[in-house]
Design a protein around this ligand. Structure first.
Ligand SMILES: Nc1ncnc2c1ncn2[C@@H]1O[C@H](COP(=O)(O)OP(=O)(O)O)[C@@H](O)[C@H]1O
Ligand SMILES: [Mg+2]
Length: 474
């Protein structure tokens, strides 16, 4: 049996907590959610946006939590057996424990940030590294003020590789999270107009993303995108920090990890790249030029970690698009199958374009059509209307036959399209849903995309509920 995640003593010490009740034995996990907590795990009573975790402490202990981490202000309210770890601030204590765990690791640690592609790159790294050694990475994005320390606390001490995603909604959020991780390798996937509302310019976004490099372990590797206008700025930020090495990736002639050529197929890509001068040829199991570019960052990180490049390249053929980020299913319409592509997890100008290009690459036959079901891209500030209208070009260039749109911003795109391409418009996703359901027919390929807040996920669910899945062996 492998060692427990934490011994009770080690966790109490790392938290800097006062123990009330009996010292727990092995702590098997870390949780902030009683819906998913497992017996033996430590429950952290975090103050969320809507709820206070202290309201769930009793429930966590009922479900067998091995320890409840609570703050002094609430300590008197709990009288049961606990055990309780009492601290002045639960989130800060979780950060301390995460940092303590990080300090113990003998692993190669990678942190990934960027405007898009963080989760996809993190998942690709998990896939390729876990074939080479015990690897820990967060279950979902888990890239914010609680997700990062929770993921650190959940990292077994004996992993060979740790992969962490670092995100932000507002300026100043990346650096403190990245410092908790203190990565050996830090990746900035790209800089794009995402969360633009919170920043004055793309350069400001690059400054924020590039602050990850200041958190590198001394002598670590900074990996950045050579193809974007902010590459020079990112490099300067890397040079100003503790990095011992700067590695660029992309199509640019001077990139250290360079795309030589790629064949973009409907459901896979094949790639020829040079990794520090060494030719690598591989197949990527997830389609799209954007995934090809992200894969260069993955190989750059693999090389920087000293892991096996050839094995990593081989593993990339098993990549699949994560849920909500291009996952495909074949469903049965009256008269024959059609394809549903779930891109509903999120949408911004970069990923929207990538999704439309992917749709354009899928062959349709007979009466089948390429259908894009699009909801508003949010948090774009004053540039929002123009960034929506400009998508018309991508729609036309990629052979999209019908656009179904919802939301006030998508109205701008919709109204600018030729009438033959306009499928239907509704103010909200819920209004668009029945119109999309009625329109789908055999042979179609349907992509659904928009910001999380535009609620496009329910449209995907409704389509999957209306039409039965095509059995896998057909
Ligand atoms: N380099 C990229 N350029 C454009 N779009 C991308 C890129 N990488 C990923 N995407 C798309 O962006 C969306 C979000 O991807 P994800 O990996 O979840 O990013 P994040 O974690 O940064 O939000 C998906 O639709 C994905 O296909
Ligand atoms: Mg993410």
């Amino acid at each position: 049996m492998s060692a427990p995640l934490w011994s009770g003593e080690a966790l109490i010490a790392a938290l800097g907590a006062r123990l009330v009740g009996a010292m727990p034995g092995a702590i098997t996990g870390a949780s902030i959610d009683t819906r998913t907590i497992e017996p033996g795990e430590a429950f952290f009573a975090i103050l969320g946006e809507a709820r206070d975790g202290h309201d769930f402490v009793a429930g966590a202990l009922d479900k067998g939590a091995g320890l409840a981490v609570i703050d002094e202000a609430h300590a008197d309210a709990f009288s049961g057996a606990g055990p309780y770890a009492v601290v002045s601030d639960v989130l800060k204590a979780m950060e301390r424990a995460g940092v303590a765990r990080r300090a113990e690791l003998k692993a190669g640690v990678v942190a990934v940030t960027g405007s898009v592609g963080k989760t996809g790159t993190k998942e690709a790294l998990r896939l390729v590294l876990s074939r080479q050694g015990k690897t820990h990475a967060p279950v979902a994005s888990y890239n914010n003020h609680w997700g990062v320390p929770l993921t650190l606390c959940r990292t077994p001490a004996d992993v060979r590789y740790g992969v962490y995603e670092i995100g932000m909604s507002n300026p100043g959020e990346i650096l403190p999270l990245a410092k908790q991780v203190t990565p050996d390798v830090a990746v900035v996937t790209t800089v794009q107009p995402v969360h633009l509302a919170a920043f004055a310019s793309l350069d400001d976004i690059a400054e924020e993303k590039g602050s990850i490099f200041a958190a590198l372990k001394a002598g670590g590797t900074a990996i950045l995108n050579a193809d974007i206008p902010q590459a020079g700025l990112l490099r300067r930020l890397a040079e100003a920090g503790p990095a011992g090495r700067i590695v660029t990736f992309g199509e640019s002639a001077d990139a250290d990890v360079k795309l030589l050529s790629c064949a973009l197929k409907a459901d896979v890509s094949t790639v020829d790249a040079l990794v520090h001068g060494r030719p690598v040829t591989y197949k990527l199991g997830s389609p799209g030029k954007h995934i090809v570019l992200n894969s260069l960052a993955v190989l750059a990180a693999v090389e920087a970690l000293g892991a096996d490049l050839a094995l990593a390249a081989l593993a990339l053929s098993d990549l699949v698009p994560p849920a909500g980020r291009g996952a495909r299913q074949s469903l049965e319409a009256p008269g024959g199958p059609f394809t549903l592509i779930d891109e509903s997890y999120n949408g911004n100008p970069a990923s929207m374009r990538a999704a439309i290009e992917n749709l354009g690459r899928i062959p349709v036959s007979g009466r089948g059509r390429r259908i894009a079901v699009l909801g508003d891209m949010l948090e774009l500030g004053p540039s929002g209307p123009a960034l929506h209208e400009e998508l018309a070009e991508a729609v036309l260039a990629n052979g999209v036959d019908k656009v179904f749109a919802c939301g006030p911003l998508m109205r701008g795109l919709y109204d600018g399209l030729p009438s033959a391409i306009r499928g239907a418009y509704a103010a909200q996703a819920s209004g668009l849903e029945p119109l999309v359901l009625d329109a789908i027919r055999a042979g179609d390929v349907v992509t659904v995309k928009g910001s999380l807040g535009s609620r496009m996920g329910p449209i995907v669910k409704a389509i999957a509920a209306r039409f039965p899945a095509v059995p896998a062996d057909e």
